[in-house]
Design a protein around this ligand. Sequence first.
Ligand SMILES: Cc1cc2nc3c(=O)[nH]c(=O)nc-3n(C[C@H](O)[C@H](O)[C@H](O)COP(=O)(O)O)c2cc1C
Length: 467
Amino acid sequence: MALFGLTACGGNSNTKPTVGNANKVLVAYFSCTNTTEAIAEHIQTETKGTLYEIVPEVPYTADDLKYYTNGRADKEQGDLSVRPAINGSVENIEKYDVVFLGYPIWHGQAPRIISTFLESYDFSGKTIVPFCTSHSSGIGSSDTDLHSLAPNAEWVSGKRFSSGTSRSAVADWIESLDLKLTPDVAVFDLENGENGRAPTVTLNSGYEMPILGLGTYSLRGDTARNSVRTAIESGVRLIDTASAYGNEREIGEAIRKAIGDGVVKREELFVITKIYPGSEMANPEQSVQACLDRLNIGYVDMMLLHHPDRNDVKAYKTIEKFVEQGKIRSIGLSNWYIEEIDDFISQVDIMPALVQNEIHPYYQEQTVVPYMHNLGIVVQAWYPFGGRGHTGALLGNETIVKIANAHNVTAAQVILRWHLQRGVVAIPGSSNPDYIRENISVFHFSLTDDEMNEIAALDRNEKYDWY
Ligand SMILES: Cc1cc2nc3c(=O)[nH]c(=O)nc-3n(C[C@H](O)[C@H](O)[C@H](O)COP(=O)(O)O)c2cc1C
């Protein structure tokens, strides 16, 4: 945009991203007449990466760009050592794993400002994907000639696009690169949370899920209805139920009532339910439909398999069909560990978006959590405080109480904040309105690295349920 100052046109925000919330992608480009910029914007829309325009300190005028006139651009291309200065810089380059690097072809080469860019940062260990536009030339050696400027990067073969290439053609190219771009599911945007309003994480399905919710295991009848109502009124937007909890009807009623009363809109809520091993997974078509019927809230945001089972692949494939029909939006697994996950995902089409396991300070799953994150799967903790019979011990743990006192919050708030700071979504269950409100109020303080480490050291690998 440097020459004509046109404003960038955004992507279609209604279209689901193909690779989720990939904050790890940087789309850096130089463009004088907007041709390369348009491609960069398609890449950004597809990857949900960060767009960065390489802006020259001295903009190129129309005369500078007239080629075969021995003008500024011609002269620069004739001198390998020229390094036009760049105005501004990329913030936190270290957080990016993949850098798409775009430029126009100038006399068969990348403009020298691309050399300036490459020499300005340490690209060690990062993947660089060059792309270019031109009047008619191919990419030629313009990409490989750049390799020596970032020798420790992993360079992917570049691609030339003609002016006006469609977004879908760019999407096909990105897919063909097989970059295994995973959504950034391990780090939550906690700074944008407020007490009573949890931030969301973008699932690999493209949908957003709040990072704190209400677990409804053991809540029945009016207790379930009232808890859901209080939670919604307190700002909770994620509600977890299951066929096995026997409360989907009440949960659905409370949700419909809250929507009818104007307290919340359906699309603001994220509702998870699960089907159980045994007869439900043996007859998945009926059991999934039965969950939908009992909840009766239109679509269900996420359906989980409650446990591994001999029919789990069959059940999952059935849920995939419900996703195609728009009745269910995302699919996940509960009580799945490293041993089961790889084998499972090789047999299904849709990557699970979530794994929901028992996780608390005495059972931290220190290897399972990063393993799932590396697969782009969000991890969610049930029993975030240790579960029935163990909550008291955990909430009374000296270290946790000490940290709670230091922040003037409760032990429960410390534990929830610890879950979130390690990238684990938590769904504490409660029917007590005060606790429900307390549990969604963990955004006015943060734990220091030392405090996170102190809690990490409490791990006893002590699991309280049998799954
Ligand atoms: C100095 C200069 C040299 C160029 N050399 C070539 C070339 O060798 N081959 C070609 O096909 N196009 C060439 N072009 C055209 C540009 O590559 C093409 O218009 C490009 O898409 C412009 O991208 P932009 O709008 O992002 O700046 C040249 C343009 C300039 C200004």
